[in-house]
Design a protein around this ligand. Structure first.
Ligand SMILES: Cc1cc2nc3c(=O)[nH]c(=O)nc-3n(C[C@H](O)[C@H](O)[C@H](O)COP(=O)(O)OP(=O)(O)OC[C@H]3O[C@@H](n4cnc5c(N)ncnc54)[C@H](O)[C@@H]3O)c2cc1C
Length: 404
C-alpha cells in the first residue's frame, strides 16, 4: 500500500503514506514524443514543468497552466489539477491534457482520455486512483519569453476585488495581493499578457527573446532555530512589496512573473523548524469572501503572502475550483493558528466553499464531506480502479476517504 510522490510541492500530507510506501516517481521523466503541428508533447509523468520550459521555451512554447512554482511534476500537476493565474481563461491543468496512462494496483496500465470518468476522478484525485506514468499535454505558442505586466494599486481590499473583477476579462493573466498588515488591507492587482517582440520588448531583451532562466542561484543553507519570517519580518516584506510597485506597465521575464518564490531555493526554511501552514479556500460569493477575510484580519498572526484570484468552474468529483473567489495565505504553524484555521474552515463551508486538498493539513472527515459533496462518486470510481484500496495517503486517511 502506498501513494505516489512527485517533487513534494504539495503543502500538506497528500504525497506521504506513513503506514507503507511512498513511491518516488521523479526518476521517470523521459520526453517521449513531440508533435510540433499540434503543440502536443508526450512525457513520463515524473518530468517537471521546469524541464518542459527549459526544453520548449527556446522554441516558443510554454505550458498553458502553471502554478506558482515550476518545480512540480506533470503527474503531480495532474493529480492536483492545478490552476494558474489564467484560470478565468484557460481552466485547469487537466483541461489541456489529451490522455494519461494510468498504472492501476492490479498491474494493468490503462490509457484514459477525458471521455472516461476515471480521467476526471484522477484530475484532482491526489494520486488515489492510480499512478500516472505518461501524459500527453498541449503547450501554447508564445510570442516571447517575457510578460507585459500592468500594475494597479488599490487603497483597500474591496477595491482590489473590484479591480480584479473589472479588469481580468481583458487579460490572460490576473491575480491580486492583499496587504494583511495594513489597516485597510490595500492591495495590488497584476494584469499580464505575453509580450510581443516588436512592440513590447526593450532592446536588451530583444537580443534573446526566448531566454531561459536556470533557477535560483541562492538558497537558504539550513533551517534557523528561530523564525526569520517573524511578525516584524513579515510586516517589512509587506510594506516593501507595496512600495516597490508603482502603477505602471513593465516587461519582465517569465520566471519572476510566474515563479517568484523559485528565486530562492529552500525559502520555506525561513519559517524555522515549526514551519508554516498554507491555507487556500474558495467561496462562490463575494459576500462569503468578505466574511472570511474579515475573520482573517483577526487571525493570531498576519501574512505577507496573500494571493487572491477569481476561478472558474472545474470538472471532476474532487474539483477544487469555483466559480468563486479564492485566497491562498501562508501563516505560521502554531497551535493557536491551527485552532483558528480549523474554525475558519467551518465558516468557509457555511458559505459553500472548499479547501484546496493539495495545500490542506487540517480538514477532518466531516469537513471534507461538506467541502466535497461529490466524494461518493469519487469513491465509486476509486473502488473500480483500486478495489483493494491499496492507494492511500496520510491525507486520504485524515479526511476519512480511505481506511488507515
Ligand atoms: C511555491 C508554490 C506555489 C504553488 N502555486 C500553486 C498554484 O498557483 N496553483 C496550484 O494549483 N497549486 C500551486 N501549488 C501546489 C502545487 O502545484 C501542487 O501541490 C502540485 O501537485 C505539486 O506537484 P508535485 O510534483 O510536487 O507533487 P507532490 O507534492 O509530490 O504530490 C501531490 C499529489 O500528486 C500525487 N502525485 C504525484 N505524482 C503522481 C503520479 N505520477 N501519479 C499519480 N499521482 C501523483 C501525490 O500522490 C499527491 O497526492 C504551489 C506550490 C508551491 C510550493
Amino acid at each position: 500500500m502506498g501513494i505516489p510522490r512527485g517533487l513534494g510541492r504539495s503543502y500538506g500530507d497528500a504525497s506521504f503514506y506513513s503506514g507503507g510506501y511512498t513511491w518516488d516517481v521523479r526518476g521517470h521523466k523521459a520526453l517521449l514524443a513531440w508533435d510540433e503541428d499540434r503543440g502536443c508533447l508526450v512525457a513520463e509523468a515524473g518530468m517537471s514543468l521546469y524541464e518542459v520550459i527549459q526544453r520548449f521555451l527556446p522554441q516558443g512554447w510554454f505550458p498553458i497552466v502553471v502554478p506558482g512554482t515550476q518545480f512540480v511534476t506533470l503527474g503531480g500537476a495532474f493529480a492536483s489539477n492545478i490552476h494558474g493565474k489564467n484560470h478565468h481563461r484557460e481552466g485547469s491543468f487537466a483541461d489541456h491534457v489529451e490522455w494519461i496512462d494510468l498504472f492501476l494496483p492490479s498491474g494493468e496500465e490503462r490509457r484514459v482520455t477525458p471521455a472516461d470518468p476515471l480521467f476526471w476522478a484522477t484530475a484532482g484525485g491526489m494520486g488515489l486512483t492510480g499512478i500516472i506514468t505518461r501524459i500527453c499535454m498541449r503547450l501554447a505558442r508564445i510570442p516571447s519569453g517575457y510578460i507585459h505586466n500592468q500594475v494597479k494599486k488599490a487603497p483597500d481590499w474591496e477595491r482590489v476585488l473590484l479591480t480584479l473583477k473589472e479588469e481580468e476579462g481583458k487579460f490572460p493573466y490576473a491575480v491580486a495581493w492583499l496587504d494583511h498588515f495594513h489597516r485597510t488591507n490595500r492591495g495590488i492587482v497584476h494584469l499580464g499578457r505575453w509580450a510581443e517582440i516588436s512592440s513590447d520588448l526593450p532592446a536588451a531583451y530583444r537580443k534573446k527573446p526566448f531566454r531561459i532562466y536556470r533557477g535560483a542561484q541562492f538558497g537558504v543553507p539550513f533551517t534557523p532555530p528561530f523564525r526569520l519570517f517573524n511578525s516584524f519580518g513579515r510586516a517589512v516584506i509587506s510594506a516593501w512589496y507595496w512600495y516597490r510597485h508603482t502603477e505602471e506597465e513593465t516587461v519582465l521575464p517569465y520566471a519572476p512573473y510566474f515563479f517568484p518564490l523559485d528565486g530562492v531555493q529552500k525559502w520555506n526554511r525561513l519559517w524555522g523548524y515549526r514551519g508554516f501552514l498554507q491555507f487556500q479556500f474558495i467561496v462562490p460569493s463575494e459576500e462569503g469572501f468578505r466574511v472570511i477575510w474579515t475573520k482573517l484580519q483577526k487571525a493570531p498572526a498576519r501574512s505577507f503572502l496573500t494571493v487572491v484570484k477569481r476561478l472558474g468552474a472545474q470538472k471532476g468529483p474532487l474539483a477544487f475550483t469555483g466559480p468563486g473567489w479564492t485566497l491562498a495565505i501562508d501563516l505560521p504553524n502554531t497551535p493557536e493558528m491551527r485552532l483558528f484555521l480549523k474554525a475558519l474552515i467551518d465558516v468557509v463551508l457555511a458559505w459553500e466553499g472548499k479547501i484546496y486538498l493539495t495545500k490542506d493539513s487540517l480538514l477532518d472527515p466531516q469537513q471534507f464531506r461538506g467541502a466535497y459533496p461529490e466524494w461518493q462518486s469519487f469513491w465509486e470510481l476509486k473502488v473500480q480502479a483500486d478495489p483493494l484500496i491499496q492507494l492511500r495517503s496520510d491525507l486520504s486517511i485524515r479526511v476519512g476517504l480511505t481506511p488507515p
